[in-house]
Design a protein around this ligand. Structure first.
Ligand code: NAP
Ligand code: F7E
Length: 328
C-alpha cells in the first residue's frame, strides 16, 4: 500500500516541491490548506488535486495551525506515515509587525501538531519533520553554523522557530517520537514568495529588461546569506525521515553572499548594471538584522548522503530566466 504523507504549508514554496517529490515516489499526499476568499493554489495547480478531481493521490483538507481540534481529527482519520510541518508565517520583516500571530502559528502551531500526534494515538508509527530555520542562529555565535551552534534569534519569527525546534526535541525525548528538525538555510526558487529579497530582485531584473519597470526599492544590501535551491532541499527533508533514528540536520551550501552579490548575479545575467536601478527605502529595514549566515552541512552529507548542487550564481540565473519566461 502507498505510504501516506501529510504536508502542512503545501501551498507554499517548499510544500509544492515536496508534494511533487513525494508523488513521484508513489506516496499518497495529503495537504492542509487554509480557506481563503480566492483560491490560493497556484504552486500546486499543476499537480491537479481534488478540485480538478484528476489526481486521487493528492488530497487537500481545510485546516489551520491555529485550530487544534481539527488537527487531532485529521490525524486520527488519516493515520499518516509521515508529517511534514512546513506551515508558518514565514516572513521575518512581517513578524515584527504581527509578533503575536507569528508566535501562535510559527511557534505554538508546531506544538499543536505534536500534541495532536499524541492525542490521536499515532505517535508510535508516525515520522514528523519540523521546518526549523537558520534564523534561529540570528546574531551568530560561531562561523559556520552547525547543529550544535547556540541559537540567538533576532526576530519574533526566529524566536518562534526556536520554540518550535525545542518542542520537537522535547517531544522526541519525552514520548520517543520519531521527530526531526531540519535547520534549513535560505532556499529559493522561481516559486519563492515575491516579497523575499531574491525573488523581488529576479522579478525586477526581468521586468526592467522588458521595459516594464524602472526602479527597484530595497533595504539593507550588506547582509550575507547562504542561498540554496528549494527543489534540492525538499529531498533532504524526506531523507531525514528515512533514517533508522530521528535527528536534527543543517541543510545549506556552505557559501555566503551579500544581497549586492545576488543583485550583480541577477542583473548581470541580463547585461544590466543593478546600480542604475536600485534605490534605498528604509521601510525594508528590520528593527534587528541577521548580518551573516553560512551553514555547515557536513552532517547531512555524511549521514544522509545529501549535498546541494546549485549555488548562488546558478540560482540567480534560473530564477531570472523563469521570471523572464513568465513575462513572454
Ligand atoms: P511559504 O512559501 O511562506 O509557505 C508557508 C506555508 O504555510 C503556506 O502554504 C501558507 O499557506 C501556510 N500557512 C501559513 N499560515 C498558516 C496557518 N495558520 N495554518 C496553516 N497553514 C498556514 O514558506 P516556505 O519558504 O515554503 O517555507 C516552508 C517552511 O520552512 C516554513 O515553515 C518556513 O518558515 C521554513 N523555512 C523556510 C526557509 C526558506 O528559506 N524558504 C528556510 C528555513 C525554514 P497560504 O498559502 O494559505 O499562505
Ligand atoms: O531577506 C535583506 C533583509 O526576506 C534576506 C525566510 O524564508 O530565510 C528567509 O528569511 C535579507 C535580509 O529572507 C530587502 O534585510 C534587503 O537581510 O529574503 P529575506 P530572510 O529574512 O533571510 C530564512 C532562512 C527563513 O527561515 C525565513 O522564513 O535581505 N533585504 N532589502 C530585503 N529583504 C526583503 N524581504 N525585502 C527587501 O526589500
Amino acid at each position: 500500500m502507498a505510504k501516506k504523507a501529510l504536508i502542512t504549508g503545501i501551498t507554499g514554496q517548499d510544500g509544492s516541491y515536496l508534494a511533487e517529490f513525494l508523488l513521484e515516489k508513489g506516496y499518497e499526499v495529503h495537504g492542509l490548506v487554509r480557506r481563503a476568499s480566492t483560491l490560493n493554489r497556484a504552486r500546486i495547480d499543476h499537480l491537479q488535486g481534488f478540485e480538478h478531481g484528476e489526481n486521487p493521490r493528492l488530497i487537500l483538507h481545510y485546516g489551520d495551525l491555529a485550530d487544534s481540534v481539527s488537527l487531532v481529527k485529521l490525524l486520527y482519520s488519516l493515520q499518516p506515515d509521515e508529517i511534514y510541518n512546513l506551515a508558518a508565517q514565514s516572513h521575518v520583516r512581517v513578524s515584527f509587525d504581527i509578533p503575536e500571530y507569528t508566535s501562535d502559528v510559527t511557534g505554538v502551531g508546531a506544538g499543536r501538531i505534536l500534541e495532536a500526534i499524541i492525542e490521536s494515538g499515532i505517535g508510535k508509527k508516525v515520522r514528523f519533520y519540523q521546518a526549523s530555520s537558520s534564523e534561529m542562529f540570528g546574531k551568530v555565535q560561531a562561523v559556520p553554523q552547525t547543529e550544535t551552534t547556540p541559537f540567538y534569534p533576532r526576530s519574533p519569527y526566529g524566536c518562534a522557530k526556536v520554540f518550535a525546534h525545542w518542542l520537537t526535541v522535547n517531544y522526541r525525548e519525552s514520548y520517543n517520537l520519531f521527530a526531526c528538525s531540519g535547520i534549513l538555510f535560505n532556499h529559493e526558487s522561481p516559486r519563492r514568495g515575491e516579497s523575499f529579497v531574491t525573488r523581488k530582485i529576479s522579478i525586477a531584473a526581468a521586468r526592467i529588461k522588458k521595459g516594464l519597470q524602472k526602479e527597484l526599492y530595497l533595504g539593507n544590501l550588506d547582509a550575507k546569506r547562504d542561498w540554496g535551491y528549494a527543489k534540492e532541499y525538499v529531498e533532504g527533508m524526506w531523507l531525514m525521515l528515512q533514517q533508522d533514528k530521528p535527528d536534527d540536520y543543517v541543510l545549506a551550501t556552505n557559501e555566503t553572499h551579500t544581497i549586492e552579490d545576488f543583485l550583480s548575479a541577477a542583473f548581470g545575467h541580463l547585461d544590466l548594471d543593478w546600480r542604475d536601478y536600485v534605490k534605498f527605502d528604509s521601510r525594508y529595514l528590520r528593527p534587528a538584522e541577521v548580518d551573516l549566515l553560512i551553514g555547515d552541512y557536513s552532517k547531512a552529507k555524511r549521514a544522509l548522503g545529501w549535498e546541494p548542487q546549485t549555488r548562488m550564481h546558478g540560482l540567480a540565473k534560473l530564477m531570472v530566466d523563469a521570471d523572464l519566461a513568465a513575462l513572454r
